[in-house]
Design a protein around this ligand. Structure first.
Ligand code: GTP
Ligand code: MG
Length: 460
């Protein structure tokens, strides 16, 4: 009996010791830093509740004609998710969002956010601060991707690169647009990758259909003819809707009306270098309205009468043509003919208020009425570029040399070995397209009186 009691006491002592040990392990600090998820710059807010929000939102795919958003509590949002009317989904798009908690390694935060340094070169204050949430203000900006549900894994690759090289420290929002409802998988995968809030919009039919002034028979004959001539996407109706949408409507979507700045991201792009500063802030502080990384000549067969249409616009709306514009980038004879140079619009960081301005809207409507999106196969790249070239001062267009980028089949890899090392780039400089014969970037440099980077001759 006594032996039995002693055994019970031993069990109790052992159990108390074991529970105590468990408590100690779960509350131990390591070198003074508590081991919490935030310490690693991940899992801002409650990861459980964040996941539940995403599951809830992503599991409902019956969202025809509506918009969806998934907010991240750590990035200034309300931590809610659900269906909205678009304009109501504004949480997280304010000018000064930032994590309420300070992740381990976060650089000094500034009371006056505008005072925070913007490190453009290695000698600038804050250059090496690539861990944690970046200090400084946030612009009213979003990434935007037009995509189909089937693009999910290709856009996932793009998002991962944008996040790793830039957005994990800035947590900007991401708007996804589609002519069909996004499905649960698309929402679940993309919202898990984006560090900011994600919003999902379905494009209204009037922005993705033939306008009534288009002669369907004529448009059909054009597609058949282009198919015969093997013009890329020449027989595609959806590609034409896409080009017209990107030219005239993406910035008019309810979700996009919440923002002033956008950065367009397409599926399967690559970013090769670290981005040490906020390109949105750079654009705002330097009064830029449009930007590019690659430029080239357009495929002439797709735009035979585009310049005629542009000339008609210039004649009818002379008040929109800005003095000090970039006409020499577009034309070699003072505007008589188009030289087919354009900025490659699958990458763009730009100002949405400019695209929503009367000048741009008049430009788009004038071109649209001429029918070339359907009677030819006008791309949004020459349309945006010609607009930027004529409606903006040349100084308002920026070339981001330090954003290294790939979209099949062209690469922008910064010229200059030291730049590539400073930015930890993984692109092959031999692939850089900037100074090759089919690029228009040298024209942009000449027009703006800019010195080409050292070593450019070796890449021609
Ligand atoms: N929702 C939707 N998105 C589309 C459709 N067609 C193209 N897109 C998107 O529009 C953008 C441009 O289309 P792409 O197919 O990449 O066209 P591209 O860049 O000229 O040609 P690629 O060399 O194929 O990349 C991408 O973001 C696509 O995901 C479509 O029918 N529906
Ligand atoms: Mg593409």
């Amino acid at each position: 009996m006594a032996a039995g009691n002693a055994r019970i006491v031993r069990y109790i002592v052992f159990a108390v010791f074991f529970v105590g040990l468990l408590y100690l392990v779960s509350h131990t600090s390591y070198h003074g830093v508590q081991l919490k998820p935030e310490s690693f710059g991940v899992g801002k807010g409650s990861s459980t509740s964040k996941n539940t929000e995403k599951e809830n939102a992503a599991s409902d795919s019956s969202t025809s004609g509506s918009t969806w958003h998934i907010t991240k509590s750590g990035s200034g949002g309300t931590g809610s998710s659900g269906k909205g009317s678009g304009s109501g989904s504004t949480s997280g798009s304010g000018a000064t969002k930032g994590s309420p908690k300070t992740p381990f390694g976060t650089p000094k935060q500034y009371e006056d956010l505008a005072e925070a340094p913007m490190a453009l070169t290695p000698s600038d204050n804050g250059w090496g601060d690539l861990v944690g949430i970046a200090p400084g203000p946030r612009m009213n900006a979003t990434f935007v991707s037009l995509a189909r549900n089937a693009d999910v894994w290709d856009i996932a690759r793009s998002i991962r690169q944008v996040e790793d090289r830039f957005n994990r420290r800035y947590n900007y929002d991401w708007v996804f647009l589609n002519d069909k409802p996004f499905d649960a998988t698309f929402k679940k995968v993309t919202s898990s990758l984006v560090s900011g809030n994600t919003y999902y919009g379905e494009i209204p039919n009037e922005h993705w259909s033939f306008p009534d002034f288009i002669d369907q028979d004529k448009a059909k004959k054009v597609r058949e003819d282009m198919k015969e001539r093997k013009i890329i996407y020449g027989d595609s109706i959806s590609y034409r809707h896409m080009c017209r949408f990107e030219s005239g409507f993406f910035f008019q979507q309810e979700l996009m009306k919440n923002y002033e700045w956008y950065w367009r991201v397409e599926p399967s792009i690559e970013l090769f270098c670290d981005i040490h500063y906020d390109p949105f802030r750079f654009m705002a502080e330097n009064k830029k309205k449009y930007s590019f990384v690659l430029s080239l000549y357009e495929y002439v067969e797709t735009i035979p009468t585009l310049w005629d249409s542009v000339r008609k616009f210039m004649k009818n709306y002379p008040e929109h043509i800005v003095e000090g514009n970039s006409m020499p980038f577009l034309s070699d004879d003072g505007g008589e003919n188009y030289n087919h140079c354009h900025f490659w619009s699958n990458f763009e960081v730009g100002n949405l208020d400019w695209l929503r301005s009367k000048a741009y809207v008049d430009f788009f409507n004038s071109l649209d009425q001429d029918g070339g999106f359907f009677y030819e196969r006008w791309g949004d790249a020459p349309v945006h570029s010609i607009a930027a070239g004529l409606l903006l001062k040349k100084e308002e267009i920026h070339f981001f040399n330090d954003i290294a980028y790939y979209h099949v089949p062209f690469t922008h890899c910064p010229t200059g070995e030291q730049t590539r090392i400073d930015l930890r780039c993984h692109c092959n400089p031999k692939d850089n397209f900037d100074w090759k014969g089919y690029s228009c970037t040298a024209r942009y440099f000449d027009l703006n009186g800019l010195d080409k980077p050292a070593g450019y001759e070796d890449q021609q």
